[in-house]
Design a binder for this molecule. Sequence first.
Ligand code: NAP
Ligand code: MG
Length: 498
Amino acid sequence: MPELKDRAYWLEKAQSLRIEGRAFVEGRYVDAQSAATFNAYSPVDGSLLAPVALCASADVDLAVAAARRSFEAGVWSQLAARERKAVLLKWAALLEAHSDELAVLESLDSGKPIADTTGGDLPGTIYCLRWFAELIDKVHGEVPATDPQFFGTVTAQPMGVVAAVVPWNYPLLMAAWKFAPALAAGNSVVLKPSEKTPLSVLRVAALAVEAGLPAGVFNVVTGDGAVGRDLSLHGDVDCIAFTGSGKVGREIARNAAASNLKRVWLELGGKSANIVMADCPDITQAARSAAAAIFANMGQVCSAGSRLLVQRSVAEPLLRELLVAADAYQPGHPLDPDSVTGAIIDGVQFERVLHYIDIGKQEAQLLKGGQPLALEASGAYLEPTIFLAEDSSARIANEEIFGPVLVVIPFDTLEDAIAIANQTEFGLAAAVWSSDLKTIHIATRQLKAGTVWVNCYDELVDMNFPFGGFKESGNGRDNSVHALSKYTELKSTIMRCA
Ligand code: NAP
Ligand code: MG
């Protein structure tokens, strides 16, 4: 009989975890050289999960040196593509075999509901790893046309040492979006997880070695922002790939310029517009989708549909359905399989979201929520919150809140909707709901966003599609064949043959 994976099962799993908090350098777990640690607490209830190595410059130097040695030794970078593929596929299989353990660890460390980590984060991470593994031996160089006495090739070579600095909202998935293509391309990697969620990727690092990834090819340095800063300034890091805030992204770009001009790839924030036209094919579906777009993962999603732009003539029926749909996102205990949302990552983020709710009460009409919930003694839980803002210049309608707060903005014409959608500094994602081909065509062309959905939101998370932003949402793209080129240098080889 299949095991019943109820709350008791997951609580039992959580109890039996042996959590590793040491950094991972050159194929083994190591303490910070200073022996300093910081505590990883669970957003679920504030309980202590593990002491974690507080790395500093000396530890970053060791990890970068290990990555450099492995790269120059060719133990990974010079392997046949097929052999690299086999190792990455084995790693993915090990992740799959340890899915429950990793999912519960991710839920404890991040406060996400177990339904999300088992149904989204883990399968998504495994899919990403498999997808890039499968890609490695199917990409080819070019042979440009030349004069007959010449023969030339354009080939892509791995860069060397790639640093990846990632956030806490999808700890393992965001890490995989960087390390999978970087490793597939033959680089060695030094990963820096957020200090708020360092644990799952530390466990995954040991599985890499078990899969046959040579020591030094994948390293994890834990600690605070100073570790990321050291990586961005390091003279022996060839490329830094970052997902996080615009503020830190800018600093990384400055540090790269001030040091060795390492390549910089930035995936930053968003304030994505979800536009519902009066001729929307299904208002109920649009309302449900709009609720999922902002309340899933407690709104801590860079591509969240945080602005719902609705054509005035359908505002009333849409809002009615939206208020009902939002009820499905009341938070619950993250280890209860029926919970659809869980805890906000920590007190700092909680206060930030509450602060925006206070601002919202001054500049807009609160339609729903706005209240913290006392679910656990010291977890941060918040009701799904909806504001109606007549004035699209309101702060809550333009600044990224990164919490379960939706701002509904009525508009009159398609031109108005596109202007409002494009008015923020961001350009990560957008959506339009309409039955009219011309409307859809105009909107999809004119919306300044890296992804545009039509009559859906946040669907088809498929590795074939690039993910990233226009404007201040960053540069470069994660996922798809295009991501591989972020981690390679092009080489033109020109031979005189006659
Ligand atoms: P964050 O504060 O920018 O932190 C991101 C990462 O950078 C963390 O690992 C952080 O370490 C590290 N860091 C902090 N200061 C640094 C510095 N001076 N130099 C180098 N690294 C440094 O962002 P966050 O609060 O974790 O994540 C939320 C933000 O990420 C939101 O703005 C969201 O929109 C964005 N995001 C974007 C995407 C996307 O794909 N576009 C995806 C997810 C999230 P510590 O945590 O240890 O400080
Ligand atoms: Mg944590």
